[in-house]
Design a protein around this ligand. Structure first.
Ligand SMILES: NC(=O)c1ccc[n+]([C@@H]2O[C@H](COP(=O)([O-])OP(=O)(O)OC[C@H]3O[C@@H](n4cnc5c(N)ncnc54)[C@H](OP(=O)(O)O)[C@@H]3O)[C@@H](O)[C@H]2O)c1
Length: 363
C-alpha cells in the first residue's frame, strides 16, 4: 500500500495504535521506560515522529490513513501485541481484536457497556488461537473490578454489589478529540443500565445517585451509568444485582431530569454525529487534579445481610490508565496470560492494580 510507511518487521513487536493521542503517547513512553521499544501506529506521520522525538528514541512507525488500513497492516505484519487506544471502541474494538487473531495479543481502554461484553464474546476464538484479549485495561475497569475481586475472594456469591468510580485527573490544553468525544456521546445515547435479578435492564441515566464519603474525608457524588465497570463487577462477583456509579455521570437534579431527553435526542444518528463532532472540537484548559487522589469503590452485600466495602486509592486516573495498559502489554508480550478474552482483573488478578501503584483499603 502506497500510503503505508514501514521500516522493518518483527513478531515480537508491541504496536501502540493511536500513538499521537493522550493515552497512546504516554503508554509508548512507559513501555520504553521499562525496556520495550514500541512501534508507534497512527494516521499522522508528523505527529508520530514528534512523539518518537519527545520520547527520545528512534522508534519504528507505521502510518496508515484509516482504522481499516491499520487493521490491514496488523494482518500483514502480525505484531506480538496490539495496544488499541483508538476510541470509540464500539467501532474499533472487535474489528481490531479479530484482526489480531490468530497471531497477536490485544488490549484496549474500553469502558462502555457495548464494547466490553462484545470483546469478551471473542473468548472462544481467542482460546482457539492461543492468544489473549484484554479489554478495559485502564482506570476503567480495573479500579473498581479489583476491589470487587478483593472483597469477594473466598466468599459465597453476593446478592448485591455497587461500584463507584471517582477519577481525578489533570487536564492538558487541547481539544477533547474524536476518540474521547465519541465515547462520551455514545455512552449518553445508550442511556442507563444495571443488573437486576441476573438480567441487564434499562435504567434512567444518573439514577441511583449517591454521595460517597471518601476515606480521606472528602465527598463525591456519583450516578449510575452504562459503563464497562458494570459488566466487570457483574462478572467478578456473580451477583444478580449490580449498579455502577461514576462521578462522570451528572447527579444534580436539574441535569438528571434532562438526561433522558438527551438520550432520546442522541438516538437520532444525525444528532449523535453532530454532537460527537461538536464535542470533539471543544478546547480544554490545562488544570490540576480536582482531588489529590482517584478512587475505585465497591460495596458488596451477601444474602445473610453481611456487607463489606473497600477502596482502591491511586493518583491521577489518566496516569494510572497508561500504567495499567503498559503493564498489561508487557505481560502479554512475555506470554504471562491464559488464552481467552478477559477484563484486566480477571486476566491477572486484583494485585495488578497494586502492582501499578494502587493501594487497597478494605473494611
Ligand atoms: N478505560 C479508561 O479508563 C480510559 C482512560 C482514558 C481514555 N480512555 C478511552 O481511550 C480512548 C483514547 O482516549 P485519549 O484521551 O487518548 O484520546 P485522544 O488523545 O483523542 O487519542 C486518540 C488517538 O486515536 C487516533 N484516532 C482517532 N480516530 C482515528 C481514526 N479514525 N483513524 C486513526 N486514528 C484515529 C488519534 O489520532 P490523531 O492524533 O491523528 O487524531 C489519536 O492518536 C477514548 O475512547 C477514551 O474514552 C479510557
Amino acid at each position: 500500500m502506497e500510503h503505508v510507511m514501514e521500516h522493518s518487521s518483527s513478531t515480537t513487536e508491541v504496536w501502540v495504535l493511536g500513538a499521537t493521542g493522550r493515552s497512546g503517547r504516554t503508554i509508548a513512553a512507559k513501555l520504553v521506560a521499562t525496556g520495550t521499544m514500541p512501534v508507534l501506529v497512527g494516521r499522522d506521520r508528523a505527529g508520530l515522529e514528534k512523539v518518537a522525538a519527545a520520547i527520545g528514541e528512534d522508534l519504528r512507525t507505521v502510518v496508515a490513513p484509516t482504522v481499516e488500513a491499520i487493521i490491514a497492516e496488523i494482518g500483514r505484519q502480525r505484531p506480538a501485541v496490539v495496544v488499541n487506544t483508538i476510541g470509540p471502541f464500539t467501532e474499533t474494538g472487535v474489528l481490531v481484536a479479530q484482526a489480531c487473531l490468530p497471531s497477536s495479543h490485544y488490549l484496549d481502554l474500553a469502558n462502555d457497556m457495548v464494547s466490553v461484553p462484545a470483546l469478551l464474546d471473542l473468548h472462544d476464538d481467542a482460546v482457539a488461537a492461543g492468544r489473549t484479549l484484554v479489554t478495559g485495561a485502564g482506570f476503567g475497569v480495573l479500579a473498581t473490578e479489583s476491589v470487587v475481586l478483593k472483597l469477594c475472594e473466598d466468599r459465597r456469591t453476593p446478592s448485591r454489589v455497587r461500584v463507584d468510580a471517582v477519577p481525578s485527573l489533570a487536564s492538558e490544553a487541547g481539544v477533547i478529540g474524536w476518540a474521547f468525544a465519541a465515547t462520551l456521546v455514545d455512552a449518553m445515547a445508550l442511556g442507563g443500565r444495571r443488573f437486576d435479578r441476573g438480567r441487564l435492564v434499562r435504567d434512567w441515566p444518573g439514577s441511583e445517585a449517591k454521595k460517597l464519603t471518601l476515606p480521606d474525608g472528602q465527598t463525591a457524588s456519583t450516578g449510575s451509568g452504562p459503563t464497562g465497570e458494570l459488566h466487570a463487577a457483574w462478572l467478578a462477583s456473580g451477583s444478580p444485582s449490580v449498579v455502577a456509579g461514576s462521578t462522570f455521570v451528572p447527579t444534580a437534579p436539574m441535569i438528571r431530569a434532562f438526561l433522558p431527553v438527551a438520550t432520546g435526542l442522541l438516538s437520532v444518528p444525525a444528532v449523535r454525529r453532530l454532537a460527537r463532532r461538536r464535542l470533539a472540537r471543544v478546547r480544554m484548559k490545562p488544570g490540576p487534579m480536582v482531588r489529590e487522589h482517584s478512587w475505585g469503590h465497591a460495596q458488596v452485600t451477601w444474602p445473610d445481610g453481611t456487607s463489606r466495602g473497600g477502596w482502591l486509592r491511586l493518583g491521577d486516573a489518566q496516569i494510572f490508565t497508561t500504567a495499567v495498559a503498559a503493564e498489561v502489554a508487557t505481560r502479554l508480550a512475555h506470554g504471562d496470560a491464559h488464552p481467552g478474552a478477559y477484563t484486566p482483573g480477571a486476566a491477572f488478578g486484583p494485585e495488578l492494580a497494586a502492582d501499578v501503584g494502587g493501594e487497597f483499603i478494605l473494611d
